[in-house]
Each structure stands twice: as C-alpha cells, then as structure tokens.
Design a protein around this ligand. Structure first.
Ligand code: CO
Length: 134
C-alpha cells in the first residue's frame, strides 16, 4: 500500500520575489537556502527549508507558462501543497480507482530524477496537490 511520508513543500506563487522575501525571509526569519532560475519551469524559485519541509516561492519569468497564467488569473498566493509518497505510481493507481481526478496521467520526471504528478483541485477541496517521490 503506497504511503504518504511527509509534507515536502508548500509552493507560493509570487509576482515580486524581493517583496515576498521581505516577508518570508526578513520578517519571519526563515533562512533563504537558494534562489535559482529554473528555465524548464520558466520560473525563478526561492527555497526556504524549514524543519524537514520547505516553503518555495515561485515567480514566473515569462508570460506563457501555466504558472504565469495562474498568476494572471488568480493573483499571488498559495499555489500547491506537495506530499512525499513512497510509491507514486501505486498511489496514482489507487487515486484513480477512487475516482480522484489527476492532472498528470503518468508521473513526470524532474531534472534531478524525482518523480512528481499533480492531483486536480476539483477532487481535493480546492487545493492543488503535488505528489512527489524522491
Ligand atoms: Co512543487
């Protein structure tokens, strides 16, 4: 039985990285581990690890990505919650069997080899959920 292991990260979409960091890093005092351009996602991402999980601030760098369209439509705010799972294929199969709507039919593989897939907010009470296998 596939098992959820942890909350891996919370992703927040932002339109102004410095302004956003002035809250998360400067006001709250969470350490900024890395600020990186992610060309594959057409985004700049700030990683702020916290107690085994991470806050990720994602700022689109073009107007044509999915996340840029999300930002244009809904404004800055919470984007997704990522849960680590030990068997992503198994979990996706179980979710499908339970009529949960998935955005990705198959897991995608990131540059660093991790597998991930998204569950549609329609099936989760309005939260975009990312599944992630290390
Ligand atoms: Co994510």
């Amino acid at each position: 039985m596939p098992t959820i292991k942890a909350i891996n990260h919370v992703a927040v979409v932002v339109d102004d990285m410095e302004k956003s960091l002035s809250f998360w890093r400067d006001a709250l005092g969470i350490e900024l581990h890395e600020l990186r351009d992610v060309p594959a996602e057409k985004s700049q991402v700030a990683f702020l690890p916290l107690a085994g999980a991470e806050v990720e601030l994602v700022m689109p760098t073009t107007d044509d990505s999915g996340i840029a369209k999300y930002l244009a439509k809904r404004g800055p705010g919470m984007h997704h919650l990522c849960l680590e799972v030990d068997d992503i294929e198994g979990m996706m199969k179980e979710l499908k069997a339970k009529d949960i709507r998935l955005i990705n039919e198959e897991p995608r593989t990131a540059a660093d080899g991790k597998k991930y897939a998204f569950v549609h907010p329609e099936s989760t009470g309005g939260v975009l959920v990312e599944l992630y296998q290390l």
